[in-house]
Write a protein that binds this ligand. Structure first.
Ligand SMILES: [Zn+2]
Length: 83
């Protein structure tokens, strides 16, 4: 079975969607992790370990079309289970 693929916003490699974290704008004030990858709206995919790279490249701001608070992104990603 072929898994849907998405590009990581950090390293720009393609990967199975399920190997990436999907981040979406919550519509109010923050970025949230879309754990089931089903929330509506614009999202960006990235490897959990590529977050810093994506922030440096402003890839999240570009993908979500908003100014992104790096500290908030680090905070939500720190809640992810490791591995
Ligand atoms: Zn990556």
């Amino acid at each position: 079975m072929t898994m849907p693929q998405r590009m990581c916003a950090g390293c720009r490699a393609r990967a199975d969607k399920t190997a990436l974290v999907r981040l979406v704008w919550d519509g109010a004030e923050s970025v949230i992790v879309d754990r089931l990858q089903r929330l509506p709206g614009r999202g960006v995919y990235l490897h959990a370990g590529c977050a810093e790279r994506a922030l440096r490249a402003r890839a999240l701001a570009r993908g979500l079309r908003r100014p992104i608070d790096g500290a908030a992104v680090r905070r939500v990603l720190s809640t992810l289970p490791v591995g």
